[in-house]
Design a protein around this ligand. Sequence first.
Ligand code: RIB
Length: 338
Amino acid sequence: MATIKDVAKQAGVSISTVSHVLNGTRFVSEDKALRVREAVKALNYKPSAVARSLKTNKTYTIGMLTGSNANPFFAEVIHGVEATCYERGYHLVLCNSDDNLDKQASYLQTLEEKRIDGLLVMSAHSDQGFFEMLRDRCQWPLVVLDCQAPGLEADVIMEDPEQGGYEATRHLLDHGHRSIACISGPAELSPSSQRLAGYHRALEESGIPAENGWIVEGRLTAESGFEAANRLLDGLEVGQQPPSALFVGNDLMAMGVICALQTRGYRIPDDISVIGYDDIELASYTSPPLTTIHQPKAELGRLAADTLIKRIENPGRSHEIKTLRSTLVERQSVKTTM
Ligand code: RIB
């Protein structure tokens, strides 16, 4: 197997020049760099990752803490993260914590031992305890996806959930709906509470008061959407009409909602319209196909990984909040009622 010494000999440069070319640690003239790259190719030289780490004090490894891998939303974001890591020569260590604080602590320990270069955090149920733990223990460049990061020295990549909630509700209003209920995600999660704020803004703007009992909370799962829709309908007073439309805080819950409504004999959208949030791939295959707010999930993942790698390479920059734009995707679950 060829060694770095062989490469240096073939290229007619010193070993340290080869090392600088391979690690990008110092400027090397284009002519020498080209000779090194040609020698690497000709000799099929494979640098040792361990030797490279010792030399550069970097492992080219990124950790990613996720809260749940059951929701396809997260898989689609992770796909974007992985693609960027692959292109930029970084390894990705995925740690799914099931939003459990003990598991999060244990994974942080593992990532410390692995000497990662930076950390991505996307934890749907990130609570105060988790953020405090990150503040105390996170020694790496940090990028938080999909939620705000109060008190953390981190870059944040997210969409604008308030605006998305507003646009979803506005779409229902524009289609003539006046009795609109909301099945939101957990109030303690900033994306969920902000989507709900957008719902309120759209209703207020149209002079429509939110009905008592028409805001019901789910846990972002299909099962919780099913239960929340049943709770909402069970809470109707005798003779009270159900809402003509529902804004649901994510697509998985919307699928549970559709199932609950259809089980009770409601036709969608003829009797009740439903709009979701996320535009996961499955949203095209519900019956009827779901109108929803499209989050640019793969782009979110790509941008987060790219931002983290830039910060690893240039730690001095000031932290940023980068906001991506979500857009409405019109399918067949919303009816026009005029
Ligand atoms: O589906 C998971 C939801 O939780 C997404 O909408 C994401 O934005 C997060 O808030």
